[in-house]
Design a protein around this ligand. Sequence first.
Ligand SMILES: Cc1ncc(COP(=O)(O)O)c(C=O)c1O
Length: 379
Amino acid sequence: MAIEDKFQLATYKKMPIVAERGDGVWIYTSDGDKYLDLYGGHAVAGTGHCHPHVVNALRTQAGELLFYSNLVYSSARARAAEKLVSIAPHSLTKSFFCNSGTEANENAMRMARMATGREQIITFSGGFHGRTADAISATFLGKYRELGKPNVPGHLEAEFGNIDSVRALANENVAAIMLEPIQSMAGIRLARPEFYRALRTLCDERGIVLIYDEVQTGVGRTGSWFFAGSDGVVADIVTLAKALGSGVPVGACLVTDAISSHIKENDLGTTFGGGMLAMAAVTATLEAIENDQMLDNVNKVEAHLRERISEVEPVVAVHGRGLLLGIEFNDKAQPFHQALLDQKIITGTSSNPKVLRLLPPLCLQKEHVDLFVDALCTC
Ligand SMILES: Cc1ncc(COP(=O)(O)O)c(C=O)c1O
């Protein structure tokens, strides 16, 4: 810890844990302790830590070819792209690979501008889209946007869940409306189904591209592969990262034919996007979720958690869907976060001081929920 503090910029408030090994929902520390991980390393460990199918695929790929860029074809890349498109809503027919969530969003906004010839982007108060220039300018949450000054021009802020506020901004220079369908950092905020449907209609009427930032909601976290497709709404572009590579950095955009028809050679690119190791991670991640029937598991475990949590007196509501959940307390959540950590359970806070966030591996079992609820009862 001392060495890391000495040689790394102090940009994160860290838990006093040295993580050495992971297995499923467990993190093992250098002190020989084990922690129940209900945070999944920022929602990344979707398949759980070190899922054997993912680890084996990475070992094999590492021995064959670590990397070559998009200037050559690759069977690892072909498999990943085919698999990803095959599980997506059928109107999303093409993929673009990059390395992170912020990059996926940058490319999504760029594609929307290219496809429409317009410049402005509408996003929502409480949404978080990343820390690179365009993505942070689209982030109307707390102080993040300030950190990105000077901001990229042309970003407009609407109120999440309020379609009239979006309509008022949707002028003829708006290229895209982008949203986290469930706002995570804001404290797990889900809008009513009519809101998503009204956004789709508005976009269709005014020629605006609808972008779902599914960096957190994608890859099975809500109990289906993507949020896109629920409430009868499919976005024109879906962005992914976090759980997509089980911990190997990878991001992606999934797009419709209408969008892809505007994108030409050299319009987008990144050296590492589509590299073989990351692609092997994507395929193996999606296979692991499928083989272990994790989507069904997410729905079962969510139901169990909602039932058991009703026993916990200071809990006033459970927000979200699947295993992207916000536990709202009648007072500050931070003391619960700390007390759970003392009992070796990792959870996340949010920008809502009353909401604790759970973003656990999708292989979480009912017995782990029981450990969590029992611990919460003693806090
Ligand atoms: C919804 C959402 N979008 C984008 C990002 C940015 O992703 P990354 O940190 O991989 O750049 C995050 C990261 O927390 C996120 O939660």
